[in-house]
Design a protein around this ligand. Structure first.
Ligand SMILES: [Zn+2]
Length: 280
């Protein structure tokens, strides 16, 4: 199982230079990268006239240093993000479902609206050979200061979204489970993994204490995710994707970022290797 890191939170520590960030990820021992397109989306080198050259350059560097871009996170224009992702060599590009308020009691309406939202991406996804990753969300309710369910946050609803999209556009959509997002709405990630089964091809891995979306390193939170149980569920469904970190260190001292990346890699490798135990 490859250990991959999402580029989003760390780019700023490398002067927003993606090549420098990739070199740092490789030096820390990561096997692959999840390219956060949203962190570069507004820049001139990623506009309509320049994105092809930029994506090709990134892929060349990824191949040169042995850090394949296996997954991406859409930024702004979903169809352009899919094209960028395919040029980078990624198999799936996460495009969040819309978070519609309220969700509770309006699941059916929100489901229909999200089907309409996703439909225009199917043609591009199939044409370029990069699937749209549907991610489970949650919603902050500021008024009550609580986190509520939202699009795909319940396993049954997540499965329904994927099945409906697969029926309409075979091969264009897949599930990318954000394990922190399910934990924060009090859903067991292992249970969600078992219910998703073969629908699941990607992960966003991070931890939280169950009441906020901390995007912390696995294992640091009291009342955090049971990662061994989560790995057991991934093994049971014969998950073939990467262990993709989506952790955030907004206030870390820049001098500590290389050591932080190494620590994240070591922790992640420990859990990722649980997939291999007993397989021999
Ligand atoms: Zn995520």
């Amino acid at each position: 199982m490859k250990v991959a890191i999402n580029s989003g939170a760390f780019l700023k520590f490398y002067n927003n230079d993606m090549i420098e960030a990739m070199n740092a990820f490789k030096a820390a021992g990561f096997d692959a990268m999840d390219f956060s397109i949203m962190t570069v989306a507004g820049r001139p080198e990623w506009d309509e006239d320049h994105y092809e050259d930029s994506a090709k350059r990134l892929r060349e560097h990824a191949e040169k240093i042995g850090l394949p871009i296996t997954q991406t996170h859409s930024g702004g224009d979903g169809n352009r993000s899919l094209k960028i992702s395919a040029l980078c060599g990624a198999e799936q590009c996460v495009i969040h479902p819309r978070i519609l308020q309220p969700h509770l009691g309006r699941e059916e309406i929100n489901f229909q609206k999200n089907m309409e939202f996703y439909s225009p991406f199917a043609e591009t996804a199939l044409a370029v050979g990069c699937k749209v990753g549907v991610e489970n969300m949650f919603k902050w309710e500021w008024e009550h200061e609580i986190i509520q369910h939202s699009s795909c946050s319940r396993p049954e609803e997540f499965c329904r979204y994927i099945d409906a999209l697969e029926e309409k556009f075979p091969g264009a959509f897949t599930a990318v489970l954000d394990v922190g997002h399910v934990h924060v709405v009090q859903v067991d990630p292992a249970d969600c993994i078992r219910k998703l089964g073969k629908r699941l091809s990607g992960l966003h891995i991070h931890d939280n204490c169950g009441y906020n979306d901390h995007h912390a390193i696995p294992g640091v939170c009291k009342a955090g995710i049971n990662f061994p149980a989560m790995m057991q569920a991934l093994k049971e469904i014969d998950f073939k994707g990467d262990f993709t970190l989506e952790v955030s260190h907004p206030n870390q001292a820049p001098a500590l970022i290389p050591a932080t990346l190494e620590f994240i890699q070591t922790v992640s490798r420990h859990y990722a290797n649980m997939m291999e135990v007993d397989k021999q």
